[in-house]
Design a protein around this ligand. Structure first.
Ligand code: NDP
Length: 447
């Protein structure tokens, strides 16, 4: 289906211009393979060098973040913000605080964000940022001092009509609060410059739950197309953070049973169905480790090493921890155990080899760009409420989220069918997102 010389040319350019950034190369390859057929049919995109422009961030910032720890020692981290593409609206995308963060991770996430945001039907462009700072094991005051120092620089580059960051791994309500407080102090404005804010000071109801809920709404459509629903489905979810927790809540509400969750240390299996109150106490209140779960539920098991979670037999798998967490062996194990659907809660959690195995074995595969778009979509709803100085009730935001996810799913199926790849939601997501952004770029000239 793909024009290999087009893909080879794109990859040669990307690899030459962005050496040592394998995650970014991987993200571009997936999109290039999907959209080759579009570019072939629409030579105007090639003439306008849309692909060459789309793989080059509009702007990128790398900055020093010095801060003082509780012992009085000076620490130095590195901060990033990549403003990737503003063709359809202001840059929008989360901030990730994790020791593995470097430019290549932020670029892969920012690149994915362009197409994801286009699919949400809301007018937002793509961006991403973060730092190699690790909030784990830091005191609240250390996290606050870091966030304030990070915002001292970031504040020069963002704004409610320019670039609106949100959370991601390691950036939750606490970090957004400290970042927002510092932005307000520096600029003497109270505007919706960050999303994921707390309820009562500009946050939107449902934003906390949105990525997990949206993921489950998306997979509901996948299951429906297989003639199934959630009732009685055994579900394995990796991670035990924001996405995993609220996906678990929604799966349980719809009649499925989540039997395994993980963190970077290992995973728990509770065949009775994981008790979400216990998980939320450990992860959200005590900021503890998932292995503590078995103290409250002795019949559950804890197994060291997070990769093993994909050997737990399940009907549906929702990878919701991090990139490349499902490799070929993990994918094969899911297939052998009879898994019928994969919904990506995390960004790029499946390697290209794993995706090929899912497709070859007719496992329904919901790609991250579409399946986890509920988070950023609800961030766009938070922006809308901030601009109107209004707060919508929970049901209203949740209904809008459901409508958006339905639209995302419909775009994926329609685009896949239109380009001869019926049922391939990954190709559909890449094509539908790309066409929307490409058309906007064409209309706006060579900028
Ligand atoms: P959190 O920080 O709340 O939770 C992340 C979870 O994943 C934790 O349990 C963490 O374990 C685990 N994890 C993180 N890195 C690794 C790793 N390298 N190896 C194994 N486990 C790991 O993050 P979120 O839930 O917000 O994000 C999870 C994924 O979802 C990310 O890929 C993110 O980009 C994506 N996403 C998030 C959105 C959001 O709205 N929050 C929106 C769209 C996508 P530990 O605590 O041990 O590190």
């Amino acid at each position: 289906m793909t024009d290999s010389s087009f893909v080879n040319d794109v990859m040669e350019t990307v690899v030459a211009r962005n050496p040592g950034e394998p995650e970014f190369h991987q993200a571009v390859l997936e999109v290039a393979e999907s959209v080759a057929v579009v570019v072939e049919k629409a030579p105007r995109f090639a003439k306008a060098k849309i692909i060459e422009r789309i793989i080059e961030p509009e702007r990128q910032f790398i900055f020093r973040v010095p801060w003082v720890d509780d012992k009085g020692d000076v620490q130095v981290n590195r901060g990033f913000r990549v403003q990737f593409n503003s063709a359809i609206g202001p840059y929008k995308g989360g901030l990730r605080f994790h020791p593995s963060v470097y430019l290549g991770i932020i670029k892969f996430l920012g690149f994915e964000q362009i197409f994801k945001n286009a699919l949400t039907t809301t007018p937002i462009g793509g961006g991403k940022g973060g730092s190699d700072f690790d909030p784990k094991g830091k005191s609240d005051m250390e996290v606050m001092r870091f966030c304030q120092s990070f915002m001292n620089e970031l504040s020069h580059h963002i704004g409610p009509d320019t670039d609106i960051p949100a959370g991601d791994i390691g950036v939750g309500a606490r970090e957004i609060g400290y970042l927002f407080g510092q932005y307000k102090r520096l600029t003497n404005t109270s505007v919706g410059v960050l999303t994921g804010k707390g309820i009562g000071w500009g946050g939107s109801l449902v934003r906390t739950e949105a990525t997990g809920y949206g993921l489950v709404y998306y997979v509901t459509r996948m299951l429906h197309d297989l003639g199934k629903d959630w009732k009685g489905q055994k579900v394995v979810i990796s991670g035990s953070g924001n996405v995993a927790i609220y996906a678990t809540q929604k799966v349980h509400e719809l009649g499925g049973k989540v039997i395994a969750l993980s963190d970077s240390g290992g995973y728990i299996v509770d065949e009775a169905g994981v008790n979400l109150d216990t998980v939320r106490r450990i992860k959200e209140v005590e900021r503890g480790r998932i292995k503590e779960y078995v103290q409250a539920h002795p019949k559950a098991q804890y197994i060291e090493g997070w990769q093993g979670i994909w050997s737990v037999p399940c009907d549906v798998a929702l990878p919701s921890a991090t990139q490349n967490e499902i490799d070929a062996a993990a994918a094969q194990s899911l297939v052998n155990n009879g898994c019928v659907a994969i919904g990506e809660g995390a960004n790029m959690p499946s390697t290209p080899e794993a995706i090929a195995i899912f497709h070859e074995n007719n496992v329904s595969f919901g790609p991250a760009k579409a399946a986890n778009a509920g988070g950023v979509a609800t961030s766009a709803l938070e922006m809308a409420q901030n601009s109107m100085r209004l707060d919508w009730p929970f049901e209203e935001v949740d209904n809008r989220l459901k409508t958006i996810i339905d639209a995302v799913y419909n775009q994926c199926t329609a685009a896949a069918e239109a380009y001869g790849m019926k049922g391939n939601l990954m190709a559909g997501a890449n094509i539908a997102g790309f066409v929307k952004v490409a058309n906007a770029m064409m209309a706006q000239g060579v900028v």
